[in-house]
Design a protein around this ligand. Sequence first.
Ligand code: AMP
Ligand code: ZN
Length: 321
Amino acid sequence: MRNFGMKCSRCRAPADHRFPAHNARFCDDCLILFVNRQVERAIKQFDMLEPGQTVAVAVSGGKDSLALWDVLHELGYETKAVHLVLDLPDFGPQSLEACQAMAHRLGQELHISDVKELSGLSMDELWRGSHREYCSVCGTMKRYYLNRLCHDLGCEVLATGHNLDDEAGRLLGNLIRRNERHLLRQWPVLEGMSADVGPGLSKKIKPLCRLSVDELKIYAKIRDLPVAHGSCPRNRGATLLYYQEAMDFLDQNMPGTKRNMYFGFLDEKGGPPPSPDPVGRCQVCAAPSHAEVCIACRLILRAKKRGAKAAKGQKNRSGSV
Ligand code: AMP
Ligand code: ZN
């Protein structure tokens, strides 16, 4: 809805978008410029990319990762987009179609991999009996395969669409749970680790960390990005959502709280976490791992064992009739 009388903080043209967190109002053009500048600023501030470096962009089909791909492309970075098919009912096909439409629009290739083909198991099978939250299992598998895909594409850096709301919500959760290990590693860049044999760890970057969900929603709308609508059918009850809601409540009543809390935390920290210690390799897949078998392989092995046991039980039952 047009807000008559409101003027853009930058160019004084009539403005439709108001952001109390930084006391700014923008017209469409200046909002796009603002988003581009915030991404550029994050890249510089946190040493995310070097000029001319090719970056793998993890695209889910949601507004954040499509906006990320759009902005990086617009800023002149060479991008290789990767999409992981997660086999989630209803949501999965929509997500893939959205990524394909975006690839078509940018005239770029989309690299697609399927978790079921890679692991031999659906995400539901991987989760069942794992005693972990669905999102945690899904997150582990995504990190694992996206890292590998990035390596296979010859990229050293993997960019994801995590935004300010994701990071502030995660920070609140880590503080409440006093999760020292996660607090230590919470930074918009995690350095990678090269490897002589097998895949290493790609550098992970979050170029949207300075932008809120609201800013990205409007950006996606103005740019008419082919975003997949709806949300993941499996994330209901995920604890991160409660932390994000709590941050929303605080920000609505005290604009700027999210930003101040997250950037205050980063300022106090002063710099990135120490580079990862040299680690061993997973005995199953050769990925870097602190344990003999990496977490992803443990989830896969456990689910396969459970599947085999269930199949044996079924066979015994039908044999004993
Ligand atoms: P989420 O963990 O679902 O909030 O997603 C965070 C980020 O991870 C997204 O912005 C994407 O960059 C990336 N991502 C999530 N799902 C996928 C997927 N299926 N394929 C590729 N990247 C993904
Ligand atoms: Zn492994």
